[in-house]
Design a binder for this molecule. Structure first.
Ligand SMILES: *Cc1c(COP(=O)(O)O)cnc(C)c1O
Length: 398
């Protein structure tokens, strides 16, 4: 007799839910935050610049601009590129909504290109298919932490003068052909939400080698004022000009102190995520009906997520039932993402809908994200595997 599933009243693999992602905060982080609080600066002080410098050095980019969230970072990138009404920006549907929303923030039109079925990364052939003379930029999303084929994207769009932006919110610490994420696009965007690789509680960063774009983003996070308070202090003057519409997207010194402290452990944490992924790879090889996303040989994956696809033909139930059964076992699986073009906002505003991106829509019915974060113990990983074995055994078609 196979063991009864927790969802059917059996004993769960874990009594407390293991989340799919969680921050690691240690006493060094706490000390860094306390020191920032005591420093006399709460916002837009030396820690912001220091965090930007550390981050730029970490990814090997010339300029880094820190802002209040990854979403603000995407918005700043669209502003810097002067995307506006009449402009189209190509995005994948397999992403967090903020990627496409940022195009709407500036009055542009997001255009969805479908993804590759095995990696769920934007398919350059699909990008080519949706390009028009209005295409101004393409935002690649390094889904789950695997960098997109930026080289192929650039070949596809570069000739037309289209800018390549990277939504690298999943991929800090990753690389393509040995080139780190952050150097793969004209602008690369990161998030420091607690489930991402390093956290500032809330926060984001844009990196670029283009000084002009960096200046525009620095101004944008502070109402597009021509001179910030450091400049006014230096010139002993109150004068500034506002020629464009900006926002308050500033990040605090306290947050940046945390970010700097966290960044020191990035390599260690990415290595830990990779070793968890390697264990999943090894064990999933003999659990039927669960197929991890394909890994392209030329990439170094950063494993923000570990995403699998269910082979539904081999199961007696759908993804929803597998999800519920795993949750009942205490495993905090998740689904990334509901395709953005199926959200009511997009259907109503842009007339998108089912059939626009058939590969993404089909994948959506089969995907699950397994827990992966630096603080996961080996025992946590084994619990996930035990729960997968248990649930799949119960639902495998005979
Ligand atoms: C997290 C994330 C964002 C948004 O970041 P926030 O810091 O939460 O605003 C954007 N795009 C992707 C792909 C993300 O994962």
């Amino acid at each position: 007799m196979p063991e009864a599933l927790a969802i059917d009243g059996g004993r769960p693999v874990r009594s407390a839910l293991l989340p799919y992602g969680r921050q690691t905060v240690d006493e060094m982080d706490v000390s860094a935050v306390v020191a920032a609080l005591r420093s006399g600066w709460l916002t837009t002080g030396p820690a912001v610049k220091a965090f930007e410098d550390d981050f730029a050095a970490c990814v090997g980019a010339r300029h880094a601009v820190a802002v209040s969230s990854g979403t603000a970072a995407l918005h700043a990138a669209m502003h810097a590129l002067r995307i506006g009404p009449g402009d189209e920006v190509i995005v994948p549907p397999v992403t967090f909504a903020a990627t496409a929303n940022a195009v709407l923030f500036v009055g542009g039109r997001p255009v969805f290109a479908d993804v590759d079925a095995d990696t769920l990364l934007m398919d350059p052939a699909s990008v080519e298919g949706v390009m028009t003379p209005r295409t101004r930029a393409v935002i690649g999303v390094d889904f789950a932490g695997q960098p997109c084929a930026y080289d192929r994207l650039r070949d596809t769009v570069g000739k037309q003068g289209v800018t390549v932006v990277s939504d690298a919110c999943h991929a800090l610490g990753g690389a393509l052909r040995g080139v780190p994420v952050g150097q793969l696009a004209d602008l690369s965007v990161f998030s420091f939400h607690p489930v991402k690789h390093v956290t500032t509680c809330e926060g984001g960063m844009i990196v670029t080698d283009n000084a002009g774009l960096a200046d525009r983003m620095r101004a944008f996070r502070n109402h597009c004022m021509t001179v910030d308070h450091h400049g006014r202090a230096a010139s002993a003057s109150w004068g500034y000009e506002i020629a464009e519409l900006g926002f308050n997207y500033r990040i605090s010194d306290v947050q940046c102190a945390l970010g700097r402290s966290q960044l020191r452990r990035l390599t260690e944490w990415v290595d830990r995520r990779r070793s968890i992924a390697a264990r999943y790879d090894e064990m999933l090889a003999d659990i039927p009906a669960i197929v991890p996303l394909a890994l392209r040989p030329e990439v170094e994956h950063a494993y923000h997520l570990y995403v699998v696809q269910l082979d539904l033909d081999r199961l007696t139930v759908d993804r929803g039932a597998v999800f519920a059964a795993l949750r009942a076992e205490g495993i905090g699986v998740n689904v990334h993402y509901i395709p953005v073009h199926l959200q009511p906002l997009y259907r109503e505003r842009l007339g998108t809908g089912p059939g626009d991106c058939p590969v993404a829509e089909a994948a959506y019915e089969r995907i699950l994200s397994l827990p992966v974060f630096a603080g996961m113990t080996d025992a946590d990983v084994e619990d996930v595997i035990a729960a997968l074995r248990k649930v799949i055994r119960a639902y495998l078609r005979s």
